[in-house]
Design a protein around this ligand. Structure first.
Ligand SMILES: Nc1ncnc2c1ncn2[C@@H]1O[C@H](COP(=O)(O)OP(=O)(O)OP(=O)(O)O)[C@@H](O)[C@H]1O
Ligand SMILES: Cc1ncc(C[n+]2csc(CCOP(=O)(O)O)c2C)c(N)n1
Ligand SMILES: [Mg+2]
Length: 327
């Protein structure tokens, strides 16, 4: 079935029927605005991200259900980075007219499944025709108790630097895909179906363990740079303790230069955070749903900039870059 057979409002109605209800959502899909009630003492968080065909994904590299999930996860990851919980999701779509309703149903199911997994509800969106690529715009709202908010700005010299999960898997999968090869399944899953570390972000916020936090979307060093700029500090990063998956290590053995992907590759959607040294045992004990947290360095005064060192403490040249859409 083609989208032309059911029209814009037919498609919206298909989504509306499947969207979940939630006690905070007084009015969801179907009026001019969504209407929500935020709990007393909670701050409203909001973040938005675009995914554009051939810039963020290629059709044929992953199925539409998985693309729907990724569209949600990359947004929810920004809530995780502030210690928030997820409330509402808004889905903007620019759809090529020849897209099948089956593909759109699969995509919407992926969006709705991921929403349910993160405790969010689809509260609205916008649908229009695209003359070319598929455009996906996702906005999330969440909330966090005022005292628990974690920003990029709170890192202090002496804090330790931690990262969740493993780094470089997604970028390595992307490199394989761009070269026309099929990445190993574990790497492919990390690229196509990343998991927002929402529970970890909440625990760090609730227990007051993180002084600053960001999610790694553009690459470890690039996103670390944002914490350092916002907090007016520098950092030491130990290259040889970066957490790497077995699949990544296997590739690294054959090609040592791949380590740059763990430092700069991007789309890891792991949490990078700083924490006072006296909380190290509490942080190290956090392995939520099997996701490890690894200490990869420490925070220095601002005049040190970023110092990347090897296992012997010798300085190494940081690779250039991180992802920039126009660079
Ligand atoms: N076109 C825009 N108009 C207004 N604000 C923008 C625009 N683009 C980005 N921003 C804002 O700039 C800041 C940095 O955006 P950026 O997209 O780099 O962050 P991010 O969402 O954490 O990263 P990523 O998009 O890689 O997940 C955010 O506060 C974002 O809301
Ligand atoms: C086809 C294709 N080409 C390149 C990439 C790599 N890529 C795209 S956006 C991004 C950073 C995060 O995005 P943003 O900053 O927009 O949130 C990265 C690493 C991809 N995923 N698919
Ligand atoms: Mg972010």
């Amino acid at each position: 079935m083609k989208l032309g057979d059911i029209g814009e409002f037919g498609f919206i109605e298909r989504i509306r029927k499947r969207a979940a209800a939630a006690s905070h959502l007084l009015l969801g899909i179907g009026d001019d605005c969504a209407v929500s009630r935020v709990a007393p003492g909670e701050l409203l968080l909001a973040s938005t991200d675009l995914l554009i065909e051939d810039i963020h994904f290629r059709r044929g590299w992953s199925d539409m259900h998985t693309l729907g999930r990724k569209s949600v996860s990359v947004n929810v990851s920004d809530l995780a980075a502030m210690g928030g919980r997820a409330l509402n999701l808004y889905l903007g779509l620019g759809i090529p007219a020849d897209t099948s309703v089956e593909d759109l149903d699969a995509f919407a199911n992926g969006v709705l499944d991921a929403c349910a997994a993160y405790g969010a509800v689809l509260a609205g969106g916008d649908t229009c025709r695209s003359p070319g690529p598929l455009f996906i715009s996702v906005t999330v709202e969440g909330s966090v108790p005022e005292a628990q908010l974690v920003t990029r700005a709170g890192a202090r010299p002496g804090d330790l630097l931690w990262v969740s999960g493993t780094l470089g898997d997604s970028a390595l999968a992307l490199r394989e895909l761009l070269a026309g090869r099929r990445p190993p399944a574990l790497l492919a899953a990390r690229h196509h179906d990343p998991c927002a570390r929402l529970d970890l972000g909440r625990v760090l916020a609730v227990q007051g363990l993180a002084t600053a936090m960001i999610d790694v979307s553009d690459g470890l060093l690039a996103d670390l740079g944002h914490i350092l700029d916002s907090s007016a500090v520098g950092a030491l990063v130990e290259r040889d303790v970066l957490p790497l998956s077995p699949a990544f290590r296997a590739a690294l053995q054959a090609e040592p230069a791949l380590l740059d992907l763990a430092l700069c590759g991007g789309e890891d959607y792991e949490l990078l955070f700083t924490s006072p040294p006296e909380k190290a045992a509490a942080v190290a004990a956090l392995a939520i749903e099997g996701v490890p947290v690894t200490q990869i360095g420490c925070v220095l005064p601002q005049d040190h900039g970023v110092r990347l060192v090897d296992a012997q403490g010798r300085p190494c040249a940081p690779p250039r870059g991180g992802f920039d859409h126009f660079y």
